[in-house]
Design a protein around this ligand. Structure first.
Ligand SMILES: Nc1ncnc2c1ncn2[C@@H]1O[C@H](COP(=O)(O)OP(=O)(O)OP(=O)(O)O)[C@@H](O)[C@H]1O
Ligand SMILES: [Mg+2]
Length: 349
C-alpha cells in the first residue's frame, strides 16, 4: 500500500480547489435564502418560481445554486439536476440527460427528440417528485438553441410534477431577445449577484484557508484577497494564490504558509475564467478571436459586419455586442468621445 507522508502545510488540499463546495458560503447567505424560498414550493407539489442569476465571474453564482441543490437533495425530497450548458446545449442532449438523471435508460444517439420527451414524461409521472433544473452558463444554450426553452416549458403542461428552472449567466441580457411569448411564460425572477468587496473576499478566503491549511501566517489571506479584487474580483484568483503559495511552502519545507510565498506567486495568477474559456470556445467566440488574430484591433462595427457576412443565421447586432462584451480575454478599449458601442475598439489582451 502506498504510504502518504502527511503534509505539514495542507490539512485538506481540495478545500482550495475550484470545485470544492464548502459547508458555508459567507456573504451569500441572503441569496441562498432567497433561492431556497422561491424553489421550496416544489417540495409541496406547487410550482416553484423560475430564477435567473447573473453577475461577473467567480462570485459564487454556481456555488450558491449547487449549495441550495445539495440542501434540497438532502432534506426536501425534491430531485435536482445541475447542467452546464457548455456540455449540454441542444434540446435533445438536455432532455436525454434529464431522463438518465431520473434513472431511466436512454440511448445517447439515435433517439428523436419526441421519443426522449415521452420517456421524460413517463419517468416524471412515475416519480411524482418536484424537479429543479439548473442550466448554468445558459448563454451557451440560448445562443445556440432557444427551442429547448419551449420544450422545458411544455413539460409543465404534460406532467403534474412541479418543475422549476434556474438559469445562470455572466450576461444579464440573455433573455432580452427571446420571443416575448416564451419570455412571459418563463417569468423568471432575476437575481443579480454583486461583486464581493475586499472585506468580503477576505472572509471567504479566510474560511477556505482555514479548511485547507494547517497554519497560515497573518497577512496571507489579505494579500491573496487584494490580488483577487485587483484582478477583477474572481474568488478563483484568490484560491489559486493560496493553493500555489501552499505548494511553495511545502516545497521549501516551511512549517506554515507565509506572506513571502504568496508574493512569489502573484505574478503567475491572473484571471481564472479566461483560462477555462480558452478550452471551451463557442462558435461566435472562436470567430471573434480568429478575426482579431488577423487584425488585432477592430471596431465592433467592423467585427459585426465580417461576422454577419460569414454565417448563415447571424445573431442580431445587439446580441453580438452583448456576446463580445462578455467575452473573457478580450479587452474593450473605448476611444474618443463618440457614442459608446460604435466607437469601441476591440483588441486582444
Ligand atoms: N461566498 C463564498 N464562499 C466560499 N467560496 C466561494 C464563495 N463565492 C465563491 N466561492 C468559490 O469561488 C469559486 C468560484 O465560484 P463560482 O464557481 O460559484 O463562481 P461563478 O459566479 O459561478 O463564476 P462564473 O460566472 O465564472 O461561472 C468556487 O470555488 C466557489 O466555491
Ligand atoms: Mg459558474
Amino acid at each position: 500500500m502506498a504510504f502518504h507522508e502527511e503534509s505539514k502545510i495542507f490539512k485538506l488540499e481540495e478545500a482550495l480547489s475550484y470545485e470544492y463546495l464548502p459547508d458555508i458560503l459567507p456573504h451569500r447567505e441572503q441569496q441562498i435564502k432567497y433561492l431556497a424560498e422561491n424553489l421550496l414550493p416544489a417540495s409541496k407539489g406547487r410550482k416553484p418560481q423560475n430564477i435567473f442569476i447573473f453577475g461577473s465571474p467567480g462570485i459564487g453564482k454556481t456555488a450558491s445554486a449547487k449549495y441550495v441543490f445539495r440542501e434540497f437533495e438532502d432534506y426536501s425530497g425534491i430531485k435536482t439536476i445541475y447542467l452546464n450548458c457548455w456540455d449540454f446545449n441542444t434540446s435533445t442532449s438536455i432532455l436525454s440527460k434529464l431522463v438518465s438523471e431520473l434513472g431511466m435508460f436512454v440511448q445517447r444517439r439515435g433517439w428523436a427528440k419526441d421519443e426522449v420527451m415521452s420517456r421524460l414524461i413517463e419517468v416524471l409521472e412515475k416519480s411524482k417528485k418536484g424537479l429543479l433544473i439548473c442550466l448554468d452558463e445558459a448563454d451557451q444554450l440560448i445562443y445556440k438553441d432557444q427551442k429547448v426553452l419551449y420544450d422545458l416549458l411544455r413539460l409543465n403542461q404534460y406532467v403534474k410534477n412541479p418543475v422549476g428552472l434556474i438559469f445562470i449567466s455572466n450576461n444579464p441580457h440573455i433573455f432580452s431577445e427571446i420571443e416575448p411569448r416564451i419570455k412571459s411564460s418563463l417569468s423568471v425572477e432575476e437575481i443579480e449577484f454583486k461583486p464581493y468587496t475586499v472585506a468580503e473576499m477576505m472572509d471567504i478566503l479566510k474560511e477556505r484557508a482555514a479548511n485547507g491549511f494547517r497554519a497560515v501566517e497573518s497577512g496571507v489571506v489579505a494579500l491573496a484577497s487584494a490580488h483577487a479584487i485587483n484582478k477583477g474580483g474572481d474568488v478563483r484568483v484568490g484560491l489559486e494564490c493560496l493553493m500555489k503559495a501552499g505548494r511553495i511552502a511545502e516545497s521549501e519545507s516551511s512549517d506554515k504558509v507565509a506572506v513571502e510565498h504568496v508574493r512569489k506567486v502573484l505574478k503567475d495568477v491572473v484571471k481564472a475564467k479566461p483560462e477555462i474559456l480558452k478550452e471551451r470556445v463557442s462558435d461566435v467566440e472562436r470567430m471573434v478571436l480568429d478575426m482579431l488574430s488577423k487584425k488585432s484591433r477592430a471596431t465592433l462595427d467592423e467585427l459585426y459586419k465580417e461576422y454577419s457576412e460569414s454565417v448563415n443565421e447571424p445573431l442580431t447586432r445587439r446580441m453580438f455586442m452583448e456576446y463580445v462584451n462578455h467575452l473573457g480575454g478580450i479587452n474593450l478599449v473605448k476611444v474618443g468621445k463618440r457614442k459608446l458601442g460604435k466607437s469601441r475598439i476591440i483588441s486582444k489582451v
